[in-house]
Design a protein around this ligand. Structure first.
Ligand code: SF4
Length: 480
């Protein structure tokens, strides 16, 4: 029987998002099926899945984006819009556009009377003003709670407009795992945009799924590497178009640059359209770049070619890593990031002889288990915090572990005076073999120049009491 995926990551078996402890113990518990469902009895703000749905499609050409919500939900859109504008500049676009975003601005009256009229008005406005090929409609907590039937509304409006209407069900409250927002976007793409009839296969065409956070430099490098295997890349959905989306089902294979982005969609393409996929890791660091490249190469029957290329790149790059190792070996690191980047960074620091002392990542599942088992073979004693944000836990752990470097969003841990940096760089080259050299030098420069954080620390105190730093970081995680 074909599986039906709800788009809610918690619904997948053995997926946990409220968890913490020593990595070796977690891996053991997962292996033995001993991890119990839990919840945080105290929790700070989570990243909402709606912004992931929006950012997944915000750079699509000839599109309008209707956010069916109160004004506040659209707060993070400025981040996606900035990424889109910078991405255009990097791609040589001279007349840089902002994404066309309309917010229905649900208010108190709509919460009582329903938001249908405002949604109809927004669709009519989008059509009249922009005549786009696609209109994406994002639901929100408010539209979900009042029960606006967005599918039914769009179905009745669709015959009256030329644009393709694509409702995306990304109400924030539905999932505590923000990557569910990617799934919601792909479920809608499949339902409303893919051709329903089987399409002829296009020889050598490979779907390459990539989130907004990938820089243009990284896009070019990954496309170049796939080109070495004779593949023609359909880069989706970032800086993509209706026509390229239509091509998805003509591909011979799929892969993704991120571990969580499109993993469920690629499964769906495999089951429904018979398009096989390589689901491995993010190509950051030596081990991950090898693994990612070999994964897709084997799938399209070019394993030998890939191994030859990998050997050449190792001969070129590994000697250059020696200089970086001299600067970084033995330095202790705490890493916080999304699932793909956090595990990629944890593998990367091994290239520089650094030691992992803490890892914060949003979800623990079978994919995380594979990575943790690999990392446990290198790093002996580190703590894992499975959390979507939760800065109070992060600062507790960082204060206790006192790493030499923090990799991730520095807003909180940066105030301890330790150097901070990140591997999420939507503006520079971080992937493939040259990316390793760039990141290695960047990390070393930061470790050797901690002045900014040291000077910031006395003036940017964190809001927690001293007693919290002595407490158990995971005391609010309770089994349910
Ligand atoms: S959809 Fe819900 S969780 Fe997301 S920003 Fe709006 S109110 Fe917050």
């Amino acid at each position: 029987m074909p599986r039906t995926y709800s788009g809610i990551r918690e619904s997948r078996p053995n997926t946990f998002n409220d968890l913490g402890g020593q990595a070796a113990q977690l891996a053991d518990d997962f292996e033995q099926n001993c991890i119990k469902n839990a919840d945080r009895t105290f929790s700070q703000g989570l990243q909402c899945q709606q912004i992931n749905s929006i950012s997944a499609v915000i750079s699509l050409e000839e599109s309008v984006f209707i956010i069916h919500s109160p004004q506040g939900c659209s707060g993070c859109v400025s981040m996606g819009a900035d990424g889109y504008r910078v991405g255009q500049a990097h791609r040589g676009v001279h007349f840089i556009k902002s994404p066309r975003v309309i917010i229905t601005n649900l208010d108190q009256n709509d919460i009582i009377m329903g938001g249908e009229a405002k949604l109809r008005e927004a669709i009519a406005l989008a059509e009249e003003r922009y005549s786009p090929k696609m209109i994406f409609i994002f639901t929100s907590c408010a539209s979900g709670i009042i029960g606006d039937d967005v599918d039914a509304i769009t179905a009745t409006v669709q015959p009256e407009v030329k644009s393709r209407l694509v409702p995306i069900h990304c109400d924030g409250f539905k999932s505590k795992i923000c990557a569910s927002g990617f799934d919601a976007a792909f479920i809608a793409i499949q339902k409303y945009l893919l051709p329903q009839e089987p399409q002829p296969r296009e020889k050598g065409l490979v779907n390459l799924f990539a989130p907004t956070s990938i820089s243009y430099k990284d896009q070019l490098e990954i496309e170049r590497m796939l080109g070495l295997l004779g593949a023609k890349v359909n880069y989706i959905p970032f800086y993509s178009s209706f026509e390229k989306i239509q091509k998805i089902t003509s591909a011979e294979a799929s892969t993704s640059i991120c571990k969580v982005f499109a993993d469920e969609f690629m499964k769906e393409l495999d089951e429904t359209y018979g398009i096989p996929f390589a689901h491995t890791v993010m190509p950051i660091g030596v081990r991950n770049t090898d693994k990612w490249f070999l994964g897709i190469a084997e799938l399209i029957g070019k394993g030998d070619l890939a191994r030859e290329y990998i050997q050449k790149e190792h001969d070129r790059v590994l000697p250059q890593l020696e200089g970086i190792k001299k600067r970084l070996a033995g330095k202790r690191v705490f890493i916080c990031g999304g699932t793909g980047r956090s595990f990629a960074a944890a593998a990367l620091i091994d290239d520089f002889g650094m030691e992992l002392v803490g890892l914060e990542t949003p979800t623990y599942d079978i994919d995380a288990q594979i990575d943790i088992e690999y990392l446990n073979g290198i790093h002996k004693n580190y703590v894992v915090d499975v959390a979507n944000m939760q800065p109070f836990e992060q600062v507790n752990l960082v204060n206790k572990l006192k790493p030499d470097l923090f990799i991730g969003v520095p807003s909180w841990s940066g105030r301890f005076g330790i150097p901070t940096t990140h591997v999420l760089d939507p503006k520079r080259a971080t992937m493939g073999y040259d990316g390793i050299l760039y990141l290695g030098n960047k990390i070393a420069d930061q470790v050797e120049n901690p002045g900014f954080n040291r000077k910031l620390a006395p003036y940017a105190r964190l809001p927690y009491k001293k007693s919290w730093y002595e407490d158990d970081a995971f005391k609010f995680i309770k089994e349910v």
